[in-house]
Design a protein around this ligand. Sequence first.
Ligand SMILES: *[C@@H]1O[C@H](CO)[C@@H](O)[C@H](O)[C@H]1NC(C)=O
Ligand SMILES: *[C@@H]1O[C@H](CO)[C@@H](O)[C@H](O)[C@H]1NC(C)=O
Ligand SMILES: *[C@@H]1O[C@H](CO)[C@@H](O)[C@H](O)[C@H]1NC(C)=O
Ligand SMILES: *[C@@H]1O[C@H](CO)[C@@H](O)[C@H](O)[C@H]1NC(C)=O
Ligand SMILES: *[C@@H]1O[C@H](CO)[C@@H](O)[C@H](O)[C@H]1NC(C)=O
Ligand SMILES: *[C@@H]1O[C@H](CO)[C@@H](O)[C@H](O)[C@H]1NC(C)=O
Ligand SMILES: *[C@@H]1O[C@H](CO)[C@@H](O)[C@H](O)[C@H]1NC(C)=O
Ligand SMILES: *[C@@H]1O[C@H](CO)[C@@H](O)[C@H](O)[C@H]1NC(C)=O
Ligand SMILES: *[C@@H]1O[C@H](CO)[C@@H](O)[C@H](O)[C@H]1NC(C)=O
Length: 582
Amino acid sequence: MKFGTEAYVLLLFLWLLLVSGLGVHAISYDYSATTECLVEPQRALYGGGIIVNPEFDHSIEGWTVFGKAAIEQRISKEGNRFIVARNRTQPLDSFSQKVQLDKGIIYSFSAWVQLSEGSETVSVIFKGDSSEVMHGGQVTAEHGCWTLLKGGIVANISSPVEILFEWTMQSENTTVEIWADSVSLQPFTKQQWRSHQDKSIEKVRKSMVRFQISEATDSALEGARVLCIQRKPRFPFGCGMNHHILESTEYQNWFASRFKYTTFTNEMKWYSTETKQGQENYTIPDGMLKFAKHHGISVRGHNIFWDNPKEQPEWVKSVCPHELRKAAARRIKSVVSRYRGELIAWDVVNENLHFNFFENKLGGNASAEYYAKTYQLDPKPILFLNEYNTIEYCRDKTATPVNYMKKLEQILSFPGCANISAGIGLQGHFCSGQPNLAYMRSALDLLGTAGLPIWVTEVSVARDANQAQYLEEILREAYAHPAVDGIIAFAGPAIAGFNETTLVDENFQNTPAGDVVDMLINEWKYEPREATADSRGYVDVSLYHGDYDVTVMHPITNSSKTVNLSVSKDVPQESITVKIRT
Ligand SMILES: *[C@@H]1O[C@H](CO)[C@@H](O)[C@H](O)[C@H]1NC(C)=O
Ligand SMILES: *[C@@H]1O[C@H](CO)[C@@H](O)[C@H](O)[C@H]1NC(C)=O
Ligand SMILES: *[C@@H]1O[C@H](CO)[C@@H](O)[C@H](O)[C@H]1NC(C)=O
Ligand SMILES: *[C@@H]1O[C@H](CO)[C@@H](O)[C@H](O)[C@H]1NC(C)=O
Ligand SMILES: *[C@@H]1O[C@H](CO)[C@@H](O)[C@H](O)[C@H]1NC(C)=O
Ligand SMILES: *[C@@H]1O[C@H](CO)[C@@H](O)[C@H](O)[C@H]1NC(C)=O
Ligand SMILES: *[C@@H]1O[C@H](CO)[C@@H](O)[C@H](O)[C@H]1NC(C)=O
Ligand SMILES: *[C@@H]1O[C@H](CO)[C@@H](O)[C@H](O)[C@H]1NC(C)=O
Ligand SMILES: *[C@@H]1O[C@H](CO)[C@@H](O)[C@H](O)[C@H]1NC(C)=O
């Protein structure tokens, strides 16, 4: 190894220093979630926040009946006090408490719940003065132990709301009771919320790295200069692309200078590659993949099947089940074999919580069978479910986090899926208005308990006067969450038809949303700065996870040496020593 004229040994040690918290707010947000069912509930988070009598130490003071239920305090054998609603006949019959919400405040909700028998989904509902109800989070509650229900609401106006507990009563057994304890509603200002995000980003996306620089004699080399240059960020923050990229060099340049991850919005779909039965045409997705590979851009495969009956190739809509089975077998073999080894992920059966085209025609395990088949044909990529309105809600209860977990379990328990690496795909098409970041966080908390990679796969925000601000809040929330492994925005240039979340106008000038994306790309990568070793030869740098070139310069001779360094959340467990002699 060439190393200038003077010989010395460079010792490079790397380890993690505990990043100290910001310490600004006494109350720090708890990202953890548990699906563990406990014999006794834990204490109310944040001491219950603005909830009156959150742990029922004062009987049921502060709580009222909603609907026709009867409510009472009960005491466990161990002496714990909680509230019970019985004689329920309607889903919303329960105990409730009225609270005053203030505009612009984010309210984080939690409660421990239990049923007197069976197991059902319990939701927290926020009901305003109008008849409208907002679902603020849900969990599967059980009999015999307490489960943590998390969620929340963002107030877009100052008004009172009632907090209710909904249970769908699928079994229609009115003798079943709902129990609750340790109820909490904690308000956070947007500034506080942002500081939680920043704190979490510091913890989950960066590592404190210490370089120790010394001479051959092992004596510390004070004054040595260290420069870290990030070659590639570790966190995938990408963007969808469509066929217009093949015709526009401006689009190509815009894309390639920003993103290393992508999903083709429609071009790989069955209705695009086999418009007419038996006439497959992959010209466009092949061209897009070629472009991506040329620029080192990783591609998510989207999608093999789409469970929405409206989103089939026209000819598929009318074929009989027997023919459909054969056609679908050809489709999966064709597209997966074609791109085998080229993609980082497959959305295998898109939106199979909202829809069931294949299940209806081919049986209840149709999705699971296609996950198993994909794995046989292309074992490496992560195989995703991909749904909308799971983190973004948008008044749609179909694909709630609880239902998502159930579907995931159903697919993973299918024998042929025993060995697949599954992923949780959350589209993230946010409707207009203030996004409910508390709900989003609680949804990610719950889904995170599955221990699988979570990607937010198609982020878009509906047109709104505050679109750019909302986009920023959503992207920060996703990036800050420890369970999220990647983000793809379904957004782009106006000339490519991205007319909802447009990032650049017809002249490729940034929109406000485009400014947000560029700002975050820059913020989430390490800006090179030279640092100087202290008298112990130490240089401490907080680095975003990623691949780096680290150059060390001798203080007197200026001779330099560059080493490669990969910083990820796994690295701190090892200690790297690099010895260099000439
Ligand atoms: C509740 O149901 C129990 C048993 O079904 C019944 O005995 C009781 O009268 C009911 N209580 C109320 C307040 O409706
Ligand atoms: C507040 O949100 C509700 C429901 O999400 C919506 O109907 C209403 O128009 C919003 N109000 C304002 C002032 O944005
Ligand atoms: C309702 O629950 C009670 C108590 O466990 C049980 O005895 C009864 O059979 C159930 N009724 C129905 C209709 O399931
Ligand atoms: C396949 O698609 C490409 C791009 O749309 C088109 O130019 C070509 O003619 C098609 N090939 C056939 C055989 O239809
Ligand atoms: C789905 O697969 C499971 C596991 O093999 C099996 O028990 C179940 O009966 C299947 N369901 C249908 C509808 O075929
Ligand atoms: C899963 O992997 C195990 C161990 O390699 C193997 O024995 C089994 O056949 C695999 N199952 C499937 C469904 O691929
Ligand atoms: C965006 O484009 C789609 C498809 O071309 C069209 O249906 C929709 O109306 C457009 N929306 C706006 C806000 O221009
Ligand atoms: C080392 O670099 C510094 C600043 O770049 C310069 O002032 C100095 O003269 C250089 N020393 C040698 C020995 O080249
Ligand atoms: C660092 O890694 C890059 C890319 O893998 C490689 O091209 C380069 O030669 C490496 N540099 C050193 C000093 O090992």
